[in-house]
Design a protein around this ligand. Structure first.
Ligand SMILES: Nc1ncnc2c1ncn2[C@@H]1O[C@H](COP(=O)(O)OP(=O)(O)OP(=O)(O)O)[C@@H](O)[C@H]1O
Ligand SMILES: [Mg+2]
Length: 296
């Protein structure tokens, strides 16, 4: 690295990370934690800023977690940009980057998994049936390694936040979850490491997703409460506008459109309180997710 202002330490061993966390806690210093899969962007950076505001000692992890990828998913070609990530992180002056190997986290014979089935089978869980089991397992492991007082997660993965809060409550983790709002490209597209898979033209067209979510939120704010009608508006908006403006680009397929209670992911009879409008679409081989919260 050789960054002159950097005091960041890079750690790959679990035992070393645990030792350091123990020392920090002994000094009564709070630990803030931001777990990531790397290929860092401004969304990740915003979570680091939140962690810094809440805690004196900040740990970021980079680990492309194999157990949260399905057998046919993009684990092997997932963007890995460690050199650039290291530069970004040393500029942010975090305290520790924890970047273990797959073998360190899942040694031969590994066999324990955490499941929150009530919340994991819907939305993203329908097309990614083992995804959240992998997420819960790795987050629980990371919490036991880093011992954070607070951990910061992005609202982009709204279902993940609900599931992890449930896991923390059920398993009595002493860590508090704080969320960060969705950081977007100037055109509205939610930032995501997987956006690297998109062509410039696709990135431009994909801004229609958020535009449609905003239009839908406006309709709700103006009094529209008919859920099937609102869902159809989103479907038609995304399908016609994204396909129309780019007939030659890759195929477009809606994975899901849901309008649900933000705190329990249930489909309400009538919209009330904090409602989450969440969508996932396949744009060629890239799966994009986005959401917006509306107070009803
Ligand atoms: N645009 C964003 N704004 C705020 N937080 C984000 C954003 N994108 C991701 N995050 C959060 O960053 C954390 C790490 O996510 P991850 O490393 O999987 O990045 P990602 O961009 O979501 O990658 P992918 O494209 O694979 O989904 C998660 O808590 C996630 O919700
Ligand atoms: Mg993600």
């Amino acid at each position: 690295m050789g960054h002159p202002t950097s005091t960041m330490k890079v750690i790959s061993k679990i035992s070393e990370m645990q030792e350091i966390s123990k020392e920090i806690h002994k000094k009564n210093i709070s630990i803030g934690f931001v777990p990531t899969m790397g290929a860092l962007h401004k969304g990740h950076i915003s979570l680091i800023d939140i962690a810094k505001k809440h805690s004196r000692f900040v740990v970021v992890s980079i680990f492309v977690n194999p157990t949260q990828f399905g057998p046919k998913e993009d684990f092997n070609k997932y963007p890995r940009t460690l050199t650039k990530d290291l530069e970004l992180l040393s500029e942010k002056k975090i305290d520790i980057l924890f970047a273990p190997t797959d073998k360190e986290m899942y040694p031969k014979g590994y066999g324990t998994y955490i499941d929150v089935p009530d919340f994991s089978n819907k939305l993203c869980g329908k097309s990614r049936p083992t995804h959240f089991k992998g997420v819960c397992t790795i987050v629980a492991k990371l919490f036991n390694i880093v011992s954070p007082d607070i951990a910061v997660f992005g609202e982009k993965d709204a279902q993940q936040v609900v599931i992890l809060k449930k896991m923390i409550k059920d398993l009595n983790f002493p860590t508090k979850i704080i969320t960060g709002q969705i950081i977007r490209e100037p055109n509205g597209l939610a930032m995501s490491s997987r956006n690297k898979y998109l062509t410039d033209k696709q990135k431009q067209n994909a801004s229609i997703i958020y535009k449609t979510l905003r239009e839908t939120a406006n309709k709700i704010n103006k009094g529209e409460r008919n859920i099937p009608k609102l869902k159809k508006f989103i479907k038609d908006g995304i399908l016609t506008k994204m396909t129309h403006s780019s007939p030659s680009e890759n195929s477009l397929k809606i994975d899901y459109i849901e309008i649900i209670n933000k705190n329990n992911l249930q489909q309400p009879k009538t919209l009330k309180g904090e409602c989450l409008i969440a969508v996932a679409v396949w744009y060629g081989k890239t799966r994009l997710i986005d959401n917006i919260t509306v107070n009803c």
